[in-house]
Ligand binder design. Structure first.
Ligand SMILES: *[C@@H]1O[C@H](CO)[C@@H](O)[C@H](O)[C@H]1NC(C)=O
Ligand SMILES: *[C@@H]1O[C@H](CO)[C@@H](O)[C@H](O)[C@H]1NC(C)=O
Ligand SMILES: *[C@@H]1O[C@H](CO)[C@@H](O)[C@H](O)[C@H]1NC(C)=O
Length: 430
């Protein structure tokens, strides 16, 4: 999931930007020209200054505090990756022998996305109620994992990563930490979108770590990605220009949480129907339109948590996947690819050896991951135990974590799979 959530200012930037591209998408040269003109026109606004706007919210959207407010115990652990990033793992601890599960968020999200729906609904709480030891990861670069033993987030080098590094470094660090502490394998890994992308990279590049995981549940797995239906697809072919353009606004960090977002989430978006629509529309536009499932009451919380920042390289890697038919490594361009990979094209990841049991959940209204890409993933993986289309025709990419009926439509089945219970109506696409 790309630009999943947006504040007023970010929304304005994005909407103008999308309007621009969608309207001119037929004329390549026009788009390129428009891009430059638009960039010039808008660059007089000092976004840095706006980002530094100070605001003290009464509400906190800290994962640990949100969990404690709901009456659950919460812990914070910091793990270090082999390349020096310090990642925050949140935990709703179970008993000593309760099986550990790791929930891993999508792009621009955090551990908090697994608790936004609240007690009795959010997956993290449902699993804690079922007696699991619940771990919530945070990938490098998000609100919680912005530290490194020697690099500062102010340095460009800090942001030189995509979900490739999350797969080969972040997940191994988290999974090793949990399995060491518990002296047992990870019972289940649940990934949403980028949480699945990075897992498959780990399974391809570090199979010894993937073997520490007994089962994997996918929500909207973003692996094969060349069938994006969202209007943002029109800007993808211009990703080289886009890179320059995004850098103008965000440098190498993309959509971090900041005080302005919190201000918008508290004072602007909740105001009335129109501002709510304005805040929520970018989500619908990009991820799929499902207003019936969207709980507007949660909008301030969602905007208090997301977007939580990532590297531009992560976004670009997704855009590259949307232009390639394979699931493959980052494309540095022919010359640099030869140096790094010894081939002019980036090498593919190998999914054929991902032998753990896998459940795939996908949504019919998802504009980012559609059924064609799902079928391809299903055919590629050797051990899919469940393929499930969420039975709500408008269900979209983010509904997996926010929708009103997700507990019923998605989590009930996911928990059955974890408990090895029989499933009714197993769908098949063979
Ligand atoms: C690079 O690739 C070529 C041909 O694909 C191969 O002959 C050569 O051994 C490779 N070099 C290295 C260092 O892997
Ligand atoms: C991966 O799978 C291929 C066949 O698809 C097999 O030849 C190879 O030995 C496997 N590699 C590992 C490390 O299991
Ligand atoms: C929407 O969210 C609010 C706040 O968490 C909650 O009280 C309400 O029950 C939710 N509505 C639905 C239909 O889920």
């Amino acid at each position: 999931m790309f630009i999943k959530l947006i504040s007023i200012i970010d929304a304005m930037r994005l909407v103008i930007y999308l309007a621009l591209f969608c309207n001119f998408s037929n004329a390549v040269e026009d788009v390129k020209n428009q891009l430059h003109v638009f960039a010039e026109k808008i660059s007089w606004i000092n976004w840095e200054q706006l980002r530094d706007f100070k605001f003290n919210p009464d509400d906190t959207f800290d994962t640990v505090e949100m969990i404690r407010r709901e009456g659950y115990p919460a812990e914070t652990h910091v793990v270090m990756t082999e390349d020096g990033y310090l990642l925050v793992l949140h935990r709703i601890p179970g008993s000593n022998d309760s099986p550990p599960v790791l929930l891993q968020h999508a792009v621009l999200c955090t551990s908090a996305d697994w608790i936004i729906l609240g007690k009795g609904k959010a997956l993290a709480y449902l699993l804690a109620d079922q007696g699991y030891d619940v771990w919530l990861g945070n990938f490098r670069g998000n609100t919680y994992s912005r530290a490194h033993i020697s690099l500062s987030p102010l340095e460009l080098k800090f942001w030189d990563f995509s979900f490739h590094e999350m797969g080969i470094y972040d997940l191994p660090a988290m999974i090793k930490f949990i399995t060491n502490m518990k002296s047992q394998p990870l019972h289940t890994y649940v990934g949403h979108s980028m949480g699945t992308t990075s897992f498959y990279i780990m399974a391809s590049e570090r199979p010894e770590i993937a073997r520490m995981v007994q089962k994997m549940i996918n929500f909207a797995p973003a692996v094969f990605f060349d069938q994006v239906e969202s209007p943002i697809k029109y800007i993808f072919p211009f990703w080289r220009e886009l890179k320059m353009f995004i850098r103008l606004f965000f440098h190498d960090e993309f959509l971090p949480q900041n005080d302005l977002l919190r201000f918008a989430s508290k004072y602007i978006c909740p105001q009335n129907f129109i501002t709510q629509q304005f805040c929520a529309n970018p989500i619908f536009l990009i991820c799929g339109n499902d207003q019936e499932q969207f709980n507007y009451t949660l909008l301030p919380v969602i905007l208090g948590v997301d977007p939580a920042g990532t590297s531009i390289k992560t976004i670009l890697h997704y855009i590259q996947l949307s232009q390639a038919s394979n699931f493959r490594r980052y494309d540095y361009g022919c010359e640099k690819n030869l140096l790094i990979y010894n081939s002019s094209e980036p090498p593919d990841y190998n999914l054929a050896n991902t032998t753990l049991p896998i459940a795939l959940f996908y949504a019919p209204g998802d504009l980012l991951v559609n059924s064609v890409n799902m079928k391809k993933l299903y055919r590629t993986l050797p051990n899919v135990i469940d393929l499930y289309e969420v039975p709500w025709h408008k269900f979209n990419h983010v509904d997996f974590i926010w929708a009103k009926n997700t507990p019923k439509l998605v989590y009930e089945r996911a928990i059955k799979i974890m408990r090895n219970e029989n499933l009714n109506n197993v769908t098949s696409m063979k």
